[in-house]
Ligand binder design. Structure first.
Ligand code: NOJ
Length: 745
C-alpha cells in the first residue's frame, strides 16, 4: 500500500516536471486575478539610477508585494536584485521579477561602443563581446538586456548612431544576429545568459533631421528593404524580446502601431517573445496626438500588441477599466501575460527566483582577467586607420621622446562611452587610460611627455604654449581629441558635428612645429574634421573603446595589432551633406565625379563624395585583388553561382583585409541602388601571402521588394531577371574588380 502511495507521488511529480512550459504558464495564469495579470505587464525603474524622466513613487515596494509589478529596470547587483526578489516572493503567487538593464557595450568590462565594434566586421568578436557582457550582467542579477539596438541610421547628427551597427542593412542584419546569439548563449535558461531585446521597433534611426524622438516618414519600400531586415535577423536568431520606439511611423506612433507589432512581428514573423514599450512611450502617445488621454493610450498600446509598459503606469492605471468597459478583450491581456511568464519560466526563475543572485559568482565574473583580454583585442579590431602618410605608423617602440597631448589622454571614464553601466561597488580604476596604455608599451629608454593642451569644449587656448613646447622636444606627437562621452548617445543629437572647441586649432599649432603628428579621434559618431583630415599625416578613429582603450590604442600605434577595421558609416564632409550613405539611387542626372556636377545631382559647393566612405579603412600593409572569376555568367533563379577572387598581401606586415561584395541590379521594377553590400569576408594574410576566396550568389542576394502586380498595396520579395553587376572592393568606393552576369528566367 505504502509502495503504491510513493509510486503515485513520484509519477505525479514526474508528470509535473514533464509539463511543458506552455502548460505551466497556463496553470499559473488560471490562478491569477485580473489585477495580478496587469501587474505582470508593468515595469518600473528602480530608484537609484535613471535612464529616462523619473516618476517619484514611494509605494513601489508595496506594489511589488501586491503582485502589481512584473519587472524592474536599472536595478543591479546581486544584493539589490535579491532584496527586490525577496519582496516579490511575499506576493500571493510569488511570481518572480525580471530585472532589465541597458547592457549595451559591456557591463563591468566595457567594450567599444557598438558602432565601433561594427567597424571590425568581425561577427565572432561581436558575439564574444555580447557573451562576456551577458556573463557579467547575469552574475550581477540581470536577466534581460535592452540590446542590441539594430536601428539603421544614415544621419550622424542622431546621437544614437553610437549604439547601432551603422548605415547598412546587410552588415547590420549579420551583426544583429551575432549580438543576439552572444547575449542569449545557446539556450535560454543558461545561467550566464541574458535575454536580448531588439530595439527600437521601428524606424527610430530615420528620425527627421537626426533629431532624437522626432517623427519618421518613410515609404513601405524603405521600411521593408532597409529598416526591417535587422529586426527580422534578430527574430531568426531567437531574440526573446522586442522594444518598440518613441517615434511615430508615417503618422502612427510605433508604440500604438498594430501593423508593426501584431501584423508584422507577431503575425508574419511569428515572434513568440514579448514586446516592451520604450520608457514612458505609451503615455507619450498623448503628446503625439494619437490619443486623448492615458485611458486611450493604454487601449492603443495593448491593442497594437505592446505587452509590457515601461514606466508610463498607463497599463496599471487603465487596463482593468478597459477590460470592464469591454474595450480590451481579456485575451489580449492573457496573451501578453503568457509571453512574459513563458520567459520567466525559461529563465528558471520559477524554479529558483534567486538563481542570478549569487554574490560569489558575481565576484568571479566581474574579476575575470580573460574578459579584459577580450576587450583589448576587440578594441584593437574596432580602431579605424583613416590616414597614414609616408607610413608614419606604426611607431617604433624605441622612439626616444613622444609628446602625448590632448584632453582625452588622461581621463578614465571618457573611454567608456555613453551606455556604460555603473556597477555597484566598482570604481573606475580598472579602466586603462590612453596614457597608461602608452606607458605600458614603451621601451625603457623612451620618454613620454604630457600636456593637456585644451579642453574638449570652449575656447581656452592657454594650454597651447605648453603643448607646443613639449612637441618641440619630441620625435613624434600623438594628439588625442574628440567628443566627450556624453555628446553622443540618447538625447544627444547635434546640429554641429565638427570636432568641438579649439581642438583642431591646437592641432594646427602642433603641426606648425614640423613634428609628425598622429591624431586619435575619440567619438560616438562620424564627426566632421576637414582640417585634421587634410593636414594631419596620420589619423586613427578610435571611437570610444571601453575599459581597455589605452592598451588597444598602444597595440595599434606600435604595430602589435595591424589595423583592420573599416567604417560601418559614411563620414560626411559637412553637415550639409547629411543624410549620406553609399547605397543611394543613381537619379536621372547622376554626378559621377567632381568635374561634372553642373546640371547633375550634387551640391555646387561640395564634392559628391563623402570624406570617408562606408567600408573604408587602411592597414599597415597593402592588398591587391586579382582574378575575378564567375562559375557561370548565366544563372537560373533556383541555381547558385560562385564568384571568386584572389587577394594578395603586398606589404611587409601580416594583416587582415575585409573583402566586400557589392551587387547592382541594373534594371528593376522599382529602381535599385548603385550598389548594395551582399557579402564580405575578413581574411588574415601573412606578408606576401595570397588567398583565393569565393562568394556564393543565390536568388536571395538578388531579391528586393518590388510592387506586387496582384495587389498594389503589397510588396513582393523577388529576383527579377536581367543583368547584375558584381563589384569586389576594399570599400564601397574603392571597387577593385567588377563584371556582370545575367539572371535568366
Ligand atoms: C530609453 C531608450 O530609448 C531605450 O533604448 C532604453 O532601453 C530605455 N530608455 C531604458 O533605459
Amino acid at each position: 500500500m505504502l509502495i503504491l502511495f510513493f509510486n503515485t507521488m513520484i509519477s505525479i511529480q514526474l508528470s509535473a516536471q514533464k509539463k511543458s512550459i506552455a502548460q505551466k504558464v497556463d496553470s499559473v495564469l488560471k490562478l491569477m486575478t485580473l489585477e495580478e495579470k496587469i501587474g505582470q505587464l508593468n515595469q518600473y525603474n528602480d530608484d537609484w539610477l535613471a535612464t529616462g524622466p523619473v516618476t517619484i513613487d514611494t509605494s513601489k515596494g508595496n506594489q511589488v508585494r501586491n503582485g502589481q509589478v512584473g519587472s524592474l529596470l536599472n536595478c543591479l547587483g546581486t544584493q539589490r536584485t535579491k532584496s527586490w526578489q525577496t519582496i516579490a516572493m511575499q506576493s500571493r503567487l510569488k511570481i518572480p521579477l525580471l530585472f532589465g538593464q541597458d547592457v549595451v557595450h559591456g557591463f563591468k568590462t566595457t567594450f567599444p561602443i557598438p558602432l565601433a565594434e561594427a567597424c571590425s566586421w568581425d561577427l565572432d568578436a561581436m558575439q564574444l563581446s555580447a557573451r562576456i557582457a551577458a556573463t557579467e550582467a547575469s552574475a550581477s542579477g540581470i536577466n534581460w538586456t535592452f540590446a542590441p539596438m539594430v536601428d539603421i541610421s544614415r544621419d550622424p547628427r542622431w546621437g544614437r548612431v553610437m549604439e547601432g551597427a551603422g548605415e547598412d542593412t546587410y552588415l547590420g542584419s549579420r551583426i544583429a544576429f551575432a549580438r543576439v546569439k552572444g547575449f542569449q548563449g545557446n539556450n535560454s535558461g543558461e545561467l550566464n545568459a541574458v535575454m536580448a531585446c531588439a530595439k527600437h521597433f521601428v524606424g527610430y534611426g530615420a528620425a527627421i533631421g537626426g533629431r532624437d524622438y522626432n517623427s519618421v516618414d518613410m515609404s513601405n519600400r524603405l521600411l521593408w528593404e532597409v529598416y526591417l531586415p535587422p529586426f527580422k535577423a534578430a527574430v531568426d536568431a531567437g531574440v526573446a524580446t522586442f522594444m518598440n520606439s518613441f517615434n511615430d511611423l508615417n503618422g502612427v506612433p510605433a508604440t500604438g502601431n498594430r501593423y508593426l507589432q501584431r501584423d508584422i512581428l507577431k503575425g508574419k514573423w511569428s515572434f513568440k517573445g514579448f514586446v516592451v514599450s520604450d520608457w514612458g512611450s505609451i503615455g507619450e502617445m498623448i503628446n503625439h496626438g494619437s490619443v486623448k488621454n492615458e485611458y486611450e493610450a493604454a487601449l492603443s498600446a495593448i491593442t497594437a500588441g505592446c505587452d509590457m509598459d515601461m514606466e508610463s503606469r498607463n497599463y496599471k492605471n487603465n487596463l482593468a477599466q478597459l477590460v470592464k468597459d469591454n474595450k480590451v478583450p481579456v485575451v489580449y491581456i492573457d496573451d501578453a501575460v503568457k509571453r512574459i511568464l513563458q520567459k520567466k519560466f525559461e529563465l528558471g526563475l520559477f524554479d529558483d527566483p534567486y538563481r542570478f543572485c549569487n554574490a560569489e559568482r558575481e565576484q568571479a565574473a566581474l574579476n575575470n582577467p580573460e574578459h579584459a583580454k577580450a576587450a583589448r583585442l576587440i578594441a584593437s579590431k574596432s580602431i579605424v586607420l583613416l590616414k597614414n602618410e609616408n607610413q608614419l605608423l606604426p611607431l617604433s617602440k624605441e622612439t626616444k621622446t613622444i609628446a602625448f597631448i590632448g584632453p582625452l589622454v588622461k581621463p578614465l571614464k571618457q573611454n567608456k562611452g555613453f551606455w556604460d553601466v555603473e556597477v555597484p561597488g566598482v570604481d573606475s580604476n580598472f579602466i586603462v587610460s590612453q596614457w597608461k596604455g602608452l606607458e605600458n608599451k614603451m621601451g625603457k629608454h623612451s620618454k613620454l611627455l604630457y600636456a593637456k593642451g585644451c579642453d574638449i569644449e570652449g575656447d581656452d587656448r592657454s594650454g597651447f604654449a605648453e603643448a607646443v613646447n613639449i612637441a618641440k622636444q619630441s620625435d613624434v606627437v600623438i594628439l588625442s581629441i574628440g567628443e566627450r562621452r556624453d555628446m553622443s548617445g540618447e538625447a544627444k543629437s547635434r546640429s554641429n558635428i565638427n570636432i568641438p572647441g579649439v581642438q583642431e586649432l591646437l592641432l594646427k599649432e602642433l603641426l606648425a612645429t614640423g613634428k609628425p603628428v598622429v591624431v586619435l579621434i575619440n567619438a560616438g559618431r562620424p564627426l566632421v574634421f576637414d582640417y585634421t583630415a587634410d593636414n594631419a599625416p596620420a589619423i586613427l578613429y578610435t571611437w570610444w573603446l571601453g575599459s581597455e582603450a589605452g592598451n588597444a590604442i598602444a597595440d595599434i600605434l606600435f604595430g602589435d595589432y595591424n589595423p583592420s577595421a573599416k567604417l560601418a558609416m559614411s563620414f560626411p564632409r559637412s553637415v550639409g551633406q547629411v543624410p549620406i550613405y553609399y547605397n543611394y539611387f543613381n537619379t536621372g542626372r547622376p554626378a559621377t565625379n567632381d568635374e561634372n556636377r553642373n546640371y547633375n545631382s550634387s551640391y555646387n559647393d561640395l564634392s559628391i563624395f563623402p570624406k570617408y566612405e562606408f567600408g573604408y579603412g587602411l592597414s599597415y600593409t597593402g592588398f591587391k585583388y586579382t582574378g575575378l572569376q564567375f562559375s557561370n555568367k548565366k544563372m537560373k533563379r533556383e541555381d547558385q553561382i560562385t564568384v571568386s577572387v584572389t587577394v594578395t598581401n603586398t606589404g611587409k606586415y601580416a594583416g587582415e583585409e575585409i573583402v566586400q561584395l557589392y551587387i547592382r541590379d541594373k534594371v528593376g521594377s522599382f529602381i535599385r541602388p548603385v550598389k548594395e553590400l551582399k557579402d564580405f569576408q575578413k581574411l588574415m594574410l601573412a606578408a606576401g601571402e595570397s588567398k583565393t576566396i569565393s562568394f556564393m550568389i543565390d536568388k536571395e542576394k538578388l531579391s528586393f521588394y518590388a510592387p506586387d502586380p496582384a495587389n498594389d498595396q503589397q510588396l513582393k520579395w523577388v529576383a527579377e531577371p536581367g543583368e547584375f553587376e558584381i563589384m569586389i572592393g576594399a570599400s564601397s568606393k574603392d571597387i577593385r574588380l567588377k563584371d556582370s552576369f545575367e539572371l535568366v528566367n
